[in-house]
Design a protein around this ligand. Sequence first.
Ligand SMILES: Cc1ncc(COP(=O)(O)O)c(C=O)c1O
Length: 438
Amino acid sequence: MRSTMSHNGEMKAPPPGAEMYTRAGRSTYLRINLDFLYNNISILKQQCSPHTADVIAVVKANAYGHGSVEISRYLESRGVGHFAVATPEEGAQLRQAGIKGHIQILGNAVEEDIPTLVNNRLTPTVAELNFLQEWSRAITADPVSSNNAGNDTISSNKVTDSHALQARVRKRHQLVLKIDTGMSRNGCQTQDFPSLIQFCQTQGLTVHSVMTHFSQAWDNPHFTKQQLNTFTTLVEPLRTSGVKVHVANSAAIIRGFGTQLDFIRPGICMYGLPPDASTETAELVESLGLRPVLSWCARPTLIKQLPQGRVVGYDNTYMTRGTETIATFSLGYADGYNRLMSDRGVVSLDEDDVRCPVVGRVSMDAITVRLDQPRPSPTTFNIITDDFTSPNSVTKMAAILGTIPYEVTTSLAARLPRVFMSGGHIVAVTKSLMTDER
Ligand SMILES: Cc1ncc(COP(=O)(O)O)c(C=O)c1O
């Protein structure tokens, strides 16, 4: 249930006023609470050993729908130095937005990625020797004197000695080796790891770190331990020579797997959401003090009094039962409000815990909602709340849809404006992936 006091004791932000809509340029926007984001990271770090050097903030898929550029800028300003995205293009987007830190591309590295990787100083996740050979050739040929992205551009007139130059090239371009310890998706087979590491050593390539990924850290401790054992057996000898290692996603961090290693890689819990849609998981995540970073606000663009017997929306799935107040919100499945929420979703008002059902089909650009009573059109409704238990929380929506919280937020469209808040103030607004305004 929503409370007026947050877990860290701050008063809840007042209901958003007209300024939010003006800045968003639309009758709907996502409100992103950066203070919660930072607080969530602090909570996750507290689960780890003090030796864990840094967080690799997983900001792929537009930071799980939250807006990767602003999320990364904010985190970088708060001292986070490592980011992970899925594709080279996502990494290039962050570089172009001025992110200086280490950016790892989590997807299996393939040859066609190489130009984007090298030009943007992005770190590939490597599982194959063929790729490594091609990439190694490309970084050697990298015109290091050119003005590549990043904060450590090398000037050839300053570096005259070719060995020193080569060394700097190799330091500038780093790679992560990934071992498949049982998930059978990305990463090299365990028996291939020695030849990969040997190639890196003989070629003098900079291995930023070695990683693996758990398939079921939340609810399969036996299998997760097996994965961890396989991993540590392979990498332990390397750690003494300074190679860094990491394994822990959100579920592993909370369950305590791999939290004594060099990095953690939180995604979903950093955004204050549980890794599955069950009530028990949500309660556990909530009990740690994590808070959902995202909420979705909207106000009606039209409100009508309709008599009994009127059908509402495509396919006439809903008919008014009496005189009803039907509000149209200009948002739909093209914004990420799933069509399967038709006749199942609710939107809410903070005051008095009012909940109003979505009636009729969710259209591409509109939903229709039966209001409890006529209300002034500037009234702000929550399409998604920032708690765990309301029927319109991310968690409950995922449960209704038979999916996981990840899918609910990553489905939020780029065209939805995102309003970023910190200390009760708007600190940034994004209106699409490509434009931003401060
Ligand atoms: C390799 C890797 N590490 C970390 C994460 C973050 O996972 P989570 O969002 O469950 O914390 C992901 C997400 O899919 C991933 O693919």
